[in-house]
Design a protein around this ligand. Structure first.
Ligand code: MTE
Ligand code: MOS
Length: 775
């Protein structure tokens, strides 16, 4: 079958609008999450003992009192680890349990294993740890000043930025910051480890990265990788939070299971989950930009300082992506992007939907806004003259040529469909007529690179079996976190065999079925695993074709798989009959498939290359209203147009766009992480940390998938990745709030408003703008 096109005369083939395979199970409670697996005999539960200090030397740990408690089986410390106390995903020396120093308030220092959760929970308080408190670094600013990094700063540079800025007609500089974000997945971090024969270990773990969990368990237990199996059927949300952080839970559960020879479950309660595990990186930006009289950027020097936290974790990838999206849709001829991974005594930050790109894009959007305000022009005009070209001005700061640029067409189409110019005029009028309430509006264009920055991660495997009754078993290295990957890959297999989707059994991800996998991340899950499953299915189909040709006595090329049957001229047999026949002929009905993304390369030292196979585009216009007396804001309307290529499943993609936008809105408006002056997280539950609710969804919420836009690069059936890009469309909400605040100062003053734009922050920005406007 041609990978460029899928025919559509079966139920649930590629491009069909089929619902998520678990939709009914999700809403009826029949979907099995790890905590729903029937309790194993003798299962124990474990709870972490965590450091109350942001930075402290661990002087001694006295476990005797805790261990004496009825029902407590073990209290484990770093010294009990038989292998290496290291689960670093990129570098080294990132411990499961702190040994000599605790580096953030919440750092696990011991693990109490007991008959029941409540016993472990209370016994954890009886573990007496003596600390010598040290002076922590709690802010990005301080880490920058002291040059404390988790790894060396990273720079992308092209041309002569400083020279260009100095020669430019105008020079503008400024600062902006954005906050972090907790993943707030519905299902918290969880792992259930079950010891097997000798040192074998199987761990059911809510993870986006079973292979890395497998490596973590193998390292910590000091056993070969082939003795460890990780299984995950589905996650109750992950959003990047279970890419590396889940390894801590898997490794700790496996350690406890190995020690007690009993199954052990670790399920973090919400407060512990929020305190112990990493989040989206908050960033501080500084920029100097040189422009010509029209506002075209000639040179830019942009600092991006991220809160890496106590260790590097995935910060290298996140920072690389932030730097690679510091251009968003704009051509920056002379450019220096300086990335600083600041080491602080706060939890190590990690992957979160967008993986640094939202932060990088937010910064350049503020630069664009600043140019507009300085020149008293519209932001959209400044955007337009700085957009990447198609045949010139089309090379990114990291050296990749943008070959599939559709941003101008896409934003024009959106603007004309929603009468953007008229609505801007209406808002002017509204604001002239209203003193207390002010409206704002903004467009956000998005260009997002698809592929992991590190080329070696862009590979995937699949395992497909056809059984003699014609039913198909599907397995691949991707994981399901609610994003609909499993149904999309099943649709691909259905299309190859031309059989209805209900014939395909979706199965749990397991490291012993498909080995050496990448994390399901970077939105590349369906691109990679879809193609691997396609390749596996094609192999089996090729063999079955040979059997059919022999049966019908025709050439292979005369055999056609169509509507659940196999045809040769006027004759046909069912798919099941052919499966049975193939088996009887002693031909294998099982195959593995493999795929690697072509044409990508990356020089991690120079930060140059062609890291992305293609780009995906989107645009959104948001209209907001703010109350200048209270600082409250409301999104009145959002219209978005998202490029999904030739969507594998518009129903699933629609949900992804909707969810990503609302999650992005939360990041930028209501979700605020607050630490006290000792570095303790104060917002560790829903009472103090406000994720968006159903009533925060804009009353007018129009989502459109760009029609007739197959991927220009050959991906699985010309689809495009969709998981992360629409999150960045929500930056339009934040920009619109800034626009509303700026109306107080007649639009020329840059509002002093960082993200998140909480009511407090908006109110302060309003008062600040008012005061400056009077001067
Ligand atoms: N959608 C749901 N429902 N739950 C999630 O956890 N994670 C997002 C996105 N959509 C997520 C989600 C993130 S961070 C990524 S990278 C992609 O899904 C991963 O899946 P994909 O590669 O299959 O798109
Ligand atoms: Mo997504 S942040 O790449 O897991």
């Amino acid at each position: 079958m041609d990978v460029n096109e899928a025919s559509a005369d079966i139920i649930g083939g590629a491009h069909a609008k089929v619902k998520h395979d678990s939709a009914v199970r999700h809403v009826t409670g029949r979907a099995v999450f790890i905590d729903d697996i029937p309790s194993l005999p003798g299962v124990l539960e474990a709870v972490f003992v965590i450091s109350p200090y942001a930075y402290a030397k661990i002087v001694s740990i006295d476990i005797s009192k805790a261990k004496a408690i009825d029902g407590v089986h073990e209290v484990l410390m770093a010294e009990d680890i038989p292998g290496q106390n290291d689960i670093a995903p990129v570098f080294k020396n990132e411990p499961v349990l702190a040994s000599e120093v605790a580096e953030y308030a919440g750092h696990p220092v011991a693990l109490v294993v007991a008959e029941k959760y409540d016993i472990a929970f209370h016994a954890a308080k009886e573990v007496i740890v003596q600390y010598k408190v040290l002076q922590p670094i709690l802010s990005v600013e301080e880490a920058l000043k002291k040059k404390e990094y988790t790894y060396p700063p990273q720079i992308i540079e092209r041309g002569d930025p400083i020279g260009a800025i100095n020669l430019a007609a105008q020079k503008i500089s400024g600062e902006i910051a954005c906050g972090g974000q907790d993943h707030f997945y519905l299902e918290g971090q969880i792992a259930l480890a079950q010891p097997g024969e000798e040192t074998d270990m199987i761990v059911y773990c809510s993870t986006q990265h079973p292979t890395e969990a497998q490596h973590g368990v193998s390292k910590v237990l000091g056993i070969p990788i082939n003795e460890v199996t990780i299984e995950v059927r589905r996650m109750g949300g992950a959003f990047g939070g279970k890419e590396s952080q889940s390894t801590i839970i898997a490794a700790a559960a496996a350690l406890a299971a190995a020690k007690t020879k009993r199954p052990v479950k670790i399920r973090l309660r919400r407060d512990d989950d929020m305190v112990i595990t990493g989040k989206r990186h908050d960033f501080e930006f500084k920029y100097v930009v040189g422009i010509d009289d029209d506002g075209r950027i000639e040179g830019i020097d942009l600092d991006m300082a991220m809160r890496s936290g106590n260790v590097a974790d995935l910060s290298p990838g996140v920072l690389a992506r932030a730097l690679c999206h510091g251009d968003n849709c704009y051509y920056l001829p002379n450019v220096r992007l300086n990335g600083y991974p600041c080491k602080t005594n706060t939890v190590s930050n990690t992957a979160f939907r967008g993986f640094g790109a939202p932060q990088g894009m937010l910064a350049i959007e503020v630069v664009i806004e600043h140019i507009a305000r300085e020149l008293d022009k519209s932001v959209d005009e400044i955007r337009a003259i700085n957009y990447y070209g198609t045949s010139e001005r089309n090379v990114t700061p990291y050296g990749q040529v943008v070959k599939d640029n559709i941003i101008v067409e896409l934003t024009d189409r959106l603007a004309s469909e929603i009468d953007y110019e008229e609505r801007k005029a209406d808002i002017e009028k509204f604001n002239a007529d209203h003193l207390t309430l002010k409206k704002g509006i903004a467009l956000m264009p998005v260009k997002f690179g698809i592929s992991f920055n590190a080329p070696h991660l862009n590979q995937a495997g699949a395992l497909v079996h056809v059984y003699t009754d014609g039913s198909v078993h599907l397995n691949h290295g991707g994981t399901e976190m609610g994003q609909g990957l499993f149904i999309k890959v099943a649709q691909v297999v259905a299309s190859v065999f031309q059989i209805d989707i209900n014939n395909i059994k979706i199965s749990a991800t397991r490291t012993d079925k498909v080995p050496n996998t990448s994390a399901t991340a970077a939105s590349a899950g369906s691109d990679l695993n879809g193609m691997a499953a396609f390749n596996a299915s094609e192999i089996i189909k090729g063999r079955m074709t040979g059997i059919a040709a022999k049966h019908f006595d025709v050439l292979d090329s005369e055999v056609e798989f169509r509507q659940n049957r196999i045809y040769a001229g006027n004759e046909s047999i069912s798919f099941a009959e052919l499966a049975q026949m193939t088996w009887a002929e002693r031909v294998s009905l099982s195959a593995t498939g493999y795929y690697k993304t072509p044409d990508i390369y990356w020089d991690p030292k120079k930060l140059k290359g062609n890291p992305f196979y293609y780009f995906t585009y989107g645009a959104c216009v948001s209209e907001v209203i703010i109350d200048t007396l209270t600082g409250e804001s409301r999104v009145l309307r959002a219209d978005m147009l998202q490029d999904c290529g030739k969507s594998l499943n518009p129903t699933v993609d629609y949900g992804q766009i909707e969810g990503a936008f609302v999650q992005g809105m939360g990041w930028l408006t209501s979700e605020e992480l607050v630490w006290d002056d000792q570095g303790r997280l104060l917002t560790h539950g829903p009472s103090t940390y406000k994720i968006p609710g159903s009533r925060d969804v804009p009353p007018e919420f129009n989502i459109h998938i760009l029609e007739d836009a197959p991927n220009r690069f050959p991906t699985i059936f010309r689809s495009k990745a969709v998981g992360e890009p629409p999150l960045m469309l929500a930056i339009s909400v934040w920009l619109a709030i800034r626009d509303a605040v700026a109306r107080i100062g007649e639009g020329r003053l840059m509002p002093n408003l960082n993200a998140p734009a909480t009511p407090e922050a908006i109110l302060m920005a309003i008062n600040d703008t008012r005061q400056r406007a009077r001067k």
